[in-house]
Structure formats: C-alpha cells, structure tokens
Ligand binder design. Structure first.
Ligand SMILES: Cc1cc2nc3c(=O)[nH]c(=O)nc-3n(C[C@H](O)[C@H](O)[C@H](O)COP(=O)(O)OP(=O)(O)OC[C@H]3O[C@@H](n4cnc5c(N)ncnc54)[C@H](O)[C@@H]3O)c2cc1C
Length: 460
C-alpha cells in the first residue's frame, strides 16, 4: 500500500482529524508540518502564537513518536516542500481545508492534495440562502447553519501504522527559534497548556462551568468563558468536539449561547472565504477615506496599557502578559483605539495578531472591522463605547486591580475613572501623572471628534 502523507497545518491534533483518518485507511502514514513564513506574507505566525506553536508541535511530535512514527518538520514555502516530500515518499497527500487566503495558495502549489473537512462546523460554501447566495450577516447565516447542526460527532484517533520516514530530512524544532529569548516575555504564558491533551483538559474544565456561561461570559473579573480559543486556533481540538462535549454536558438549550459563539468563528471563515483581504481592506468603501490620525505616541500608550483609562490599560496588559484578552475587553480596547484615538484599526489588528496566542486571521479581522463599523456585519460607527460606563456595567473592578495594581487600593466605585476619584485617590496614595497616567483623551471631546470625522466621510 502506498504511503499516505498527512500534512498538518493549524490542525495539530490526532483525534477527529479527517485527513489523518482518510490517510490511515489507505496505508502507512507519514506526518509533515511546514513552518511557512513566506506564503502568508505579513500574516506569518505572530510572536505569541509562535510560542504556542513550538509547544504544540513538540507535543504532537511526542504523541506521534509514542506510536512509533516521526513528525517531519520543514521550514520554507509550504507548497513546493509538500510536493517534494510527497514525491520522495511516493505518497498521496491529505490535508484539511483552511480558509485563509494563503492556505489555498499553499494547496495549489503543493500539487495533488486530497482535501478534507474539519476546520469549521460546516464548510462556508455550504451555508446558502434560498436563492443560492452567500450570507454576509450573522443572524440569518446562523439560522441557516443551524439547519445543518449538530455537526457530525467527533471521531477518535484512527488505528495508525506510521510509515518509515527515517530517510526523510527533518528540522530540529528547537532550531526554529519560535520561543522568545532575550527578553523572554513568556513568563505569564505558564497558565496555558498547548497541545491536544491541554485542549481536552480545558474543554473538560469548561464543561463543568458551561451552565454559567450566559451569565458570566461578559464579566472580565470572572473566568466565565472557555478560554479554548488558542486551542481552536491551532486546531488542537475540533469545533465539532467542542460543540458535542458542551451540548452533552449541559443540553443544547443551555449550551446555545456558547454554541453561537462557536458559530461566530465559523462566520469569520465564511467572511474571509468571500473577502480574502478582510484583514487589510475595509468592506465599506467610505472607510478608505476615514481621516485616521498618525499618532505613534498614542499607539504606544495603548499598546503598553498607559492610556489612563483603567479598563483599557487592564486589557492591554492582560494581552501582553498572557497572550489573551477577554472578549468584552477586546471590544472596549479596540473601540478606544479607533474611536477615542482615531488610530487606524489595522495598527490595532496587527498588534493583536502579534500578541494573541489565539490569533486567527478571520476572527481578528472580523473583530476589528466590527468595532470600526467598516465590516459587512458590524456595529455602526456612531455607536461609541464609553470606557468608564462599560467598565462599571461589566463590573471590572477586580479585573482592573489584577492588571493595574497601581490602582488596587481604590474602592470599586472610584476605580473605573480615577481622575474623578477625588479624596479616594488621596487615601489610596495615588497621584495621577506620577503613579498612573492622566487620561490621554477626554471622553466627551474624543467622542465628538470621532463623530465629526465620521460625518465628514459619510457625507463626502
Ligand atoms: C477586536 C477583536 C479581535 C479578536 N481577535 C480574535 C482572534 O484573533 N482569534 C480569536 O479566536 N478570536 C478573536 N476575537 C473573538 C473573541 O474575542 C475570542 O474568540 C474570545 O475572546 C476567545 O475567548 P474564549 O475562548 O474564552 O471564548 P468563548 O466565549 O468561550 O467562545 C467560544 C469560542 O467561540 C469562538 N469565538 C467566540 N467569540 C468569537 C468572535 N467574536 N469571533 C470569532 N470567534 C469567536 C472562539 O473560538 C472561542 O473559543 C476577537 C474579538 C475582537 C473584538
């Protein structure tokens, strides 16, 4: 039987992996991962996700070695490398279909790849309106997707006979330099356990908390969400598995708010499948004329969590330290950058890309274009989040204390807007401008400026 090459990309798992299952059914299996910094161009894997990738590949390699195989590692342009390795092995190539624009280029260049499904709950092109058109708005798309749900039940790791790949050259993972060296900023990443076993453990933990998801998911001070996003982004668990484990744990009705969020992940794939340049170009043409401000100092203050708005600074510091940020706070920080600071959303999107362990081209672009108001399905530009109001409404005091320790002594009612805290600030021994920044913009003035900028574009 001919050797079958399973080409892993952001699907670093052995269970519920249709390409691996198909390969295993047809012959001895060789496994390959290519670190491709070339085909994605500017969207090559960012720094935080490189840390994750290193550990995830190490674990996948160990799992394969335990079964007597070897994960072949290569670095360079994926298509030609896959083609060459397949030729050397005389193998058929199996891979899951991914939806990033560069993923299709990789497959086209790799030659005869046998494609399989499993990256999303359903293939984007399968969710069509009555007239056969593609959806661009979430709610009708979700209703239509539900007609295909639940997704197929996850399949276990197949019986694998690993091919002898002793003669095939492979890189040494430690030589790829995926981990930070000097300085090593990954100390705060220790909460994560990359890899398939870590994903399964986190999913099992979330299954015990999933009944409280709806009430807790918007509160950054509590661990109310699954924190499964980096595992899903690297494909260490399939979305089908997440769907069924949570639906089985709490029932489909209680699970619905969580399943709907999984749906947003699929929806992002649906959008980049239709708009491959979603990460670079606004969907709404008017936003090409938006008068963004070139403000490197303001951008640095935002990136480093030094804006003087505690909820914004808490989020940006959580991101830097842990590689992850709570969804509600992603919306607040993103809105602050584009509407209070009038800085181009693509600067924020790039920073997130580099800092997030869950960086996902579609979800990130969708998040930023939603906040900016420039996406096909997005929040209207004139809906401007008030950072202080959001912070109080979603009870972020404990979250702020955790990430902005300078303000830890302030009482709950004062911590969201320290510049208004008066005597509480004195009691806490905090001096603005010395211990913590003065707000870099005034909310009302910034809001008025943003609306004026929008009016200029909208009416042009
Ligand atoms: C500006 C901005 C940028 C974002 N960038 C990314 C990104 O690069 N990668 C990423 O995975 N998510 C991104 N998101 C979406 C969302 O913030 C994260 O998916 C979520 O916070 C992950 O935490 P969780 O796993 O605990 O989510 P849960 O609440 O447990 O949600 C379950 C799963 O659904 C998916 N999901 C949830 N919300 C969304 C959403 N709005 N869009 C797409 N998928 C979603 C994730 O895979 C998540 O693991 C972004 C949101 C915004 C506003």
């Amino acid at each position: 039987m001919a050797t079958q090459l399973a080409w892993f990309r952001n699907d670093l798992r052995l269970a519920d992996h249709a390409a691996l299952i198909a390969a295993a059914a047809r012959g001895p299996v060789a496994a390959l991962f290519v670190l491709d910094d070339e085909t994605p161009g500017a969207w090559r894997v960012g720094a935080a996700q490189r840390w994750w990738l290193h550990h995830s590949l190490a674990r996948l390699g160990r799992s394969i070695a335990e079964g007597g195989g070897r994960l072949i590692l290569r670095r360079g342009r994926a298509g030609p490398i896959v083609r060459a390795v397949a030729a050397e092995l005389g193998a058929d190539v199996h891979a899951l279909l991914h939806h990033e624009p560069w993923a299709a280029v990789q497959v086209a260049e790799a030659g005869a790849v046998i494609p399989h499904l499993g990256v999303t709950l359903a293939p984007p092109e399968s969710v069509l309106s009555g007239t056969g058109g593609r959806y661009r708005i979430f709610t009708p798309w979700w209703k239509k997707l539900l007609e295909q749900m639940p997704p197929p039940r996850p399949r276990p790791v197949p019986d694998l006979r690993w091919a002898d790949v002793g003669s095939i050259a492979s890189d040494d993972l430690s030589q790829w330099g995926l981990l930070p060296t000097a300085p090593d900023w990954s100390g705060g990443f220790s909460q994560w356990q990359p890899g398939e076993a870590g994903a399964a453990a986190r999913l099992a933990d979330f299954a015990r908390r999933a009944a409280r998801y709806e009430t807790a998911r918007n509160l950054p001070s509590v661990e109310g969400t699954s924190r499964l996003s980096p595992h899903l982004a690297l494909g260490e668990v399939s979305p089908n598995t997440a769907w069924h484990v949570i639906a089985d744990a709490v029932g489909e009705t209680v699970a619905e708010p969580y399943l709907r969020e999984l749906g947003w992940r699929d929806f992002a794939a649906n959008i980049i499948d239709q708009f491959p340049d979603h990460g670079d170009a606004p969907n709404r043409e008017a936003f090409n004329r938006f008068p963004f401000i070139d403000d490197p100092v303001g951008l640095t203050a935002w990136q480093h969590g030094q804006t003087g708005y505690p909820i914004v600074d808490a989020g940006m510091r959580q991101l830097w330290t842990t590689g992850w940020m709570h969804n509600r706070v992603r919306m607040i920080t993103a809105s602050f950058l584009v509407k209070h600071q009038l800085i181009d959303w693509r600067h924020g999107e790039r920073w997130f890309w580099d800092c997030l362990v869950d960086a996902d081209y579609g979800s990130n672009a969708q998040g930023w274009q939603w906040v900016m108001g420039s996406g096909v399905d997005s929040s209207p530009f004139n809906r401007i989040f008030a950072p202080v109001g959001q912070s109080a409404k979603f009870d972020a005091a404990a979250y702020i204390r955790r990430w902005v320790p300078e303000l830890a002594q302030l009482p709950d009612d004062a911590i969201h807007a320290p510049w208004e805290a008066g005597v509480a600030l004195i009691r806490a021994g905090v001096k603005l401008g010395r211990d913590y920044p003065q707000p870099i913009v005034n909310h009302e003035a910034a809001r008025a400026r943003a609306l004026a900028a929008w009016a200029q574009v909208k009416n042009a």
